[in-house]
Design a protein around this ligand. Structure first.
Ligand code: XBP
Ligand code: MG
Length: 248
């Protein structure tokens, strides 16, 4: 079995973005005369719902807002305000990539292996992260991006991974998905893609049963990662060589 493509999730996988998302939500709420404040404990719970708009609707459901509350019609506006703040934070360079992300992408390109993105977040957020944190040659090589606003059903549904695999035109079994959450793992698995997990600050307690491999992060030659479960115990950082063996 050949290794044809690496498909990366964004939030929690490329970078620890969720604290900036949480800050952006909290900055947008007062604009709509809401005294909502999502602290880290509440946000960890709310992250069980993927998609910012769906997350706000779930929060309203949990806090007694009627199904026909007029505020629900303002969720798209609220989400646009939040996205404006979030993309501003990202573009001002507040994010750092997780260990090994840039290195592995460079190795994949050198080995003529495709790189793609499959995320629940909005396209504007992906664009801001790629343009701010990645060099042009990598941005130019990422031709296939599946984002939350492109599919009917967000993760854990397979939709976004199915879309990306279809655009790649390769067998799902010859790709590797990189994820940080159970919802992301379930989505990639439903699409038939072997999945490597790097748990994030908000997902370290998730059940990753079914993952091909779970490691603390992708690691660097001079900054080894920790092997947690599945394939890869003899590697101290994730490489194309390791991934080729993983898909065999
Ligand atoms: C994570 C998500 C997103 C972000 C917020 O996506 O579920 O909803 O939390 O972004 P992934 P939006 O891990 O698949 O990248 O507000 O744009 O949804
Ligand atoms: Mg994620």
């Amino acid at each position: 079995m050949a290794l044809r493509a690496l498909i990366f999730d964004v939030d929690g996988t490329l970078a620890e973005t969720e604290e900036l998302h949480r800050r952006a939500f909290n900055q947008a709420f007062p604009e709509f005369d809401l005294d909502w404040h999502w602290d880290q404990t509440l946000y960890r719970h709310l992250l069980g719902v993927t998609g910012g708009k769906e997350r706000m609707a779930a929060y309203m459901d949990e806090n007694g807002y009627p199904a026909d509350d007029p505020l629900r019609r303002r969720i798209p506006e609220m989400h646009a305000a939040k996205t404006k703040y979030y993309t501003g934070y990202v573009s001002s360079g507040e994010l750092e990539l997780r260990p090994g992300v840039m290195r592995l992408m460079g190795e994949a390109l050198a080995a003529k292996i495709e790189i793609a993105i499959a995320t629940t977040t909005s396209s504007a957020n992906v664009k801001a992260l790629l343009e701010t944190n990645f060099p042009a040659h990598i941005v130019d090589a990422i031709n296939i991006i599946g984002a939350g606003d492109m599919v009917e059903r967000k993760k854990p549904a397979a939709d976004v991974y199915d879309l990306v695999v279809k655009k790649l035109g390769v067998p799902a079994s010859e790709c590797v998905a990189f994820e940080d959450s159970r919802n992301g793992l379930l989505s990639a698995m439903a699409a038939g893609i072997p999945t490597l997990i790097t748990p994030g600050i908000y997902t370290d307690d998730h059940d990753f049963t079914g993952a091909a491999s779970v490691v603390s992060n992708l690691g660097e030659p001079d900054a080894p990662n920790l092997h947690i479960a599945g394939f890869g115990a003899k590697f101290d950082h994730v490489t194309v060589e390791m991934l080729r063996a993983l898909v065999q």
